[in-house]
Design a protein around this ligand. Structure first.
Ligand code: ATP
Ligand code: MG
Length: 364
């Protein structure tokens, strides 16, 4: 019998999960509010809101497992599906915690994972107190709903507190103020846990953001000491075990000297793991599918070196990209809009010299 997988959300992450499922002859269905959802290319698309009971049950009927590609899926949905006899992985608790920056940070702390100094903020007076306690510059973020740097402002001076409050003070779910970290670099670690508890993690990735959006990832991250790697693995392992997690989890980190501070986690496949499609023995997408369907996990070892560049706002010229040695183009079939992730390019190479040469050619 063909295995069936239901995926909540039909964006590019869903599309790449669906593409990874095809060679395994796994039949995917997706739920997304948009009839133009990118994942429609890789399976059956049910169009409807993600909290609509009927649409959810339609998507999940006959599925061996239910998962999601968007962490905004209401946690109640996982419970609703569970009541209808469906198993949803990763579970509702990981989803809930990752939807609220304050619970997320508290969980990191409880598990002994270092975080930037931070405080929850619900009123203008609390913002002033938090700024006095944490110091400036600091970053004010909405607790819920932020992505790609949306819902956050940097507060440089005490004079900026009023305008930061005017901008974000009315956000649902409150705010959190956190110390702005003068990091040496940003890293992420992505790991997968199977139903039997086996954990595998991909090499650490170095991430470059601008304007709050991920632009470039390098994998494996250069110059990672054994100690740093071991600590990152211990952090992600602690989280996976804490949530009795099944599937792929990403943890974003700031490196300051030999310190690692956790920024946030994502209970799903992650943009900084797209390089694994061509750059690792098994991609994050395939291992997520394997995990939630209780299949054996594949090797997460890197093959050579890779760099992944996001295509944001404007689509790239395919002929130009494909003329670059080692370049792999992924277009998501989305309508261009400023700031929108339309695709990505992964360049793979045997060594760093070849990788740099291809990246230089890609920049033109
Ligand atoms: N405390 C901080 N100190 C320094 N830089 C920060 C801090 N918080 C966020 N940033 C910068 O802003 C980026 C986006 O922040 P963050 O990951 O918290 O938000 P997001 O909108 O949820 O992003 P994502 O697209 O990863 O979901 C970070 O990758 C980092 O470059
Ligand atoms: Mg982030």
């Amino acid at each position: 019998m063909r295995r069936r997988l239901a995926i909540l959300g039909g964006g590019q992450l869903g599309r790449m999960l669906g593409l990874a499922a095809i060679p395994l002859d796994i039949d995917c269905s997706f739920l997304d509010p948009s009839p133009e959802a990118p994942a429609a290319a890789a399976g059956r698309l049910v169009v409807g809101p993600l909290d609509d009971r009927e649409a959810l049950l339609d998507t999940a009927t006959g599925a061996d497992a239910v998962t999601y590609e968007w962490e905004g899926v209401p946690a109640g949905v996982a419970r609703l599906l569970a009541e209808a006899g469906h198993r949803v992985d990763p579970g509702a608790r990981a989803l809930e915690v990752s939807q609220d920056r304050w619970s997320e940070k508290s969980t990191f702390s409880e598990l002994g994972i270092e975080i930037p100094a931070c405080a929850p903020v619900a009123t203008r007076a609390e913002l002033r107190d938090a700024a006095a306690q944490i110091g400036l510059p600091a970053v004010l973020k909405t607790r819920r709903g932020g992505y790609d740097g949306k819902g956050q402002v940097v507060i440089e001076h005490g004079d900026d507190l009023g305008s930061a409050w005017s901008e974000l003070g009315s956000a649902d779910g409150g705010l959190v103020l956190e110390e702005r970290i003068a990091f040496d670099r940003e890293l992420s670690i992505i790991a997968v846990r199977g139903r039997d508890g086996e954990i595998r993690s991909w090499p650490l990735v170095e991430n470059h953001h601008s304007g709050g959006i991920l632009r470039l990832s390098r994998a494996p991250a250069p110059e990672v000491s054994a100690g740093l790697r071991a600590r990152a693995e211990a952090h992600v392992t602690a989280l996976l075990q804490h949530f009795d997690y099944v599937g792929v989890l990403a943890l974003e980190l700031f490196q300051v000297g030999d310190r690692l501070l956790a920024n946030e986690m994502a209970p799903r496949v992650h943009n900084s793991g797209h390089w694994t499609i061509e750059g690792a023995d098994t991609s994050q997408f395939e291992n997520h599918v394997r995990a939630v369907l209780d299949l054996p996990l594949g090797s997460t070892a890197a093959r050579g070196v890779s760099a992944m560049r996001n295509c944001i706002g404007e689509p790239p010229d395919p002929a130009r990209v494909l003329s670059v040695p080692g370049a792999h183009l992924h277009l998501y079939g989305k309508t261009p809009r400023p700031g929108r992730k339309l695709g990505h390019i992964t360049v793979t190479a045997r060594d760093l010299d070849d990788l740099e040469a291809s990246l230089a050619q890609l920049r033109g």
